[in-house]
Write a protein that binds this ligand. Structure first.
Ligand code: LLP
Length: 416
């Protein structure tokens, strides 16, 4: 049964809330590095978000975590889905999403993506295609597509945890705000124009509320300006989660109030499109210490997960809290630098206070459920890790651990 806000569904699950015994058992059974995703926590996050936005549709931004187990869980809870590629769209259908619940957002789409999505739409006429360029609209028309269309608007305001994830004012995303109305009205001659969309960026905190409010207010204004019956106004996702143990959770009620207030009166349904919020704290990454090196600068703790397993620290200097599983030992702690096995200096998870580290210790890395496995790579010929799903007492493999044969599976020897 789904948890609701009133039955003690906490706004954040901290690393210390996970059962050390269970994590240790999973590491023993499935080896490390290992992603663990708790499907019950995914349900809780969905229930809390849906309760905060009772009159909105919630679209899960699949790019945060496309594991079949996660998609099926959110499908069963009633979420819709936002897909960033033809591949994600196919995986959404495979997981059971159907009809109007499936949305594909085209960002500079390769022709092969449009070909495939138009083919999918032929069998699923309620699929919605969101485009952010007049050029993409032409390319859809050239392919004979005349179905459900949503226009991504560049609202001119961005927000987010890092400059690399602030999309709202980036020319790459969406059509300029002041051109949106005329483009929508002309597109309506050829397509079934059903919505407008904007996304400020990823990892919005309480400090970004002003920008969020501004974006939503512009979208409400646009919906009222155009002479079309829109089904929905999608104001994007980006709801942040606390990565530091002392950070407060996002005040979802304030975000929801600000959203409703800024949107004003519109006929269309409000859509929110979170990825991270639904899955980040439902996942951890387990990793084992393989090297402890005392240096004049720091205690260097080498672990078997690296930037190929969890790319966020290397890419965005993101902090992910790390703690030792059941390893308080004599209670002493050290400040240590945790680094992976990749031959690059960016392969570090930063500085953490850990129980005196010893080779073989099991560490757990928090908030790994969003953009974790999803962004893993095989750099340095490192097979990607396994993912196990837990759900109450149940445990099952969601992605098996890759082997070197998987890494070389596509390789051919030229000229032989
Ligand atoms: N909608 C659209 C159109 C998006 O582009 C995104 C994220 C979302 C929704 C969901 O954002 P969320 O609620 O998950 O913050 N790899 C980066 C995040 C990149 C997000 C890209 N777009 C990270 O690990 O922080």
């Amino acid at each position: 049964m789904s948890a609701t806000v009133s039955d003690g569904n906490p706004p954040v699950r901290r690393l210390s809330d996970w059962s050390d015994a269970r994590l240790a058992e999973l590491a023993d059974d499935y080896d490390t590095p290992l992603y663990v995703v708790d499907l019950e926590r995914v349900r809780e996050n969905y229930a809390r978000l849906a309760a905060a936005f009772p009159d909105a549709d919630v679209h899960f931004a699949a790019k945060a975590n496309t594991s079949r187990a996660v998609l099926e869980t959110l499908e069963a809870e009633g979420a819709s889905i936002e897909c960033a590629s033809a591949g994600e769209t196919e995986r959404a259908f495979a997981a059971g999403f159907e009809g109007e619940r499936v949305h594909y957002t085209a960002v500079n789409p390769p022709g092969t993506d449009l070909d495939r999505v138009v083919e999918l739409a032929a069998h699923n006429p309620e699929l919605t295609v969101t485009t952010g360029a007049a050029d993409t609209i032409e390319r859809l028309a050239e392919r004979g597509y005349d179905g459900r269309l949503c226009l991504r608007v560049n609202p001119g305001v961005g927000a987010g945890h890092h400059e690399k994830v602030r999309t709202g004012a980036d020319a790459k995303f969406g059509v300029p705000y002041d051109r949106a109305a005329s483009l929508l009205e002309s597109a309506a001659d050829e397509f079934d124009v059903v919505g407008i969309h904007a996304h400020a960026g990823s990892g919005i905190s309480g400090d970004d509320l002003g920008n969020h409010r501004e974006l939503v207010s512009r979208m409400g204004e646009l919906a009222r300006t155009i002479d079309l019956d829109l089904e929905f106004v999608d104001v994007g996702g980006g709801f942040g989660v606390p990565y530091h143990p002392d950070d407060p959770p996002l005040d979802l009620e304030s975000v929801a109030d600000a959203t409703r207030d800024a949107l004003g009166d519109i006929e269309a349904t409000l859509v929110v499109e979170p990825g991270r919020y639904l899955v980040a704290d439902a996942g951890v990454l387990l990793t084992r210490v393989n090297t402890v090196k005392d240096t004049p600068e720091t205690v260097l703790v080498g672990v078997d997960a690296g930037m190929t397993t969890l790319a966020r620290p290397a890419l965005y200097d993101s902090h992910h809290h790390i703690r030792t599983v059941a390893g308080d030992g004599d209670g002493s702690t050290v400040e240590a630098t945790v680094a992976g096995p990749i031959c690059e200096s960016s392969d570090t998870f930063g500085t953490h206070v850990l129980a005196a580290p010893t080779r073989g210790d099991l560490l757990t890395i928090g908030n790994a459920g969003a953009y974790g496995y999803e962004m893993a790579s095989q750099y340095n010929s490192r097979p990607r890790p396994a993912v196990v799903a837990v759900d109450g007492d149940r445990t099952g493999v969601a992605h098996r651990r890759e082997t070197l044969a998987d890494v070389t599976a596509t390789e051919e020897v030229p000229w032989e």
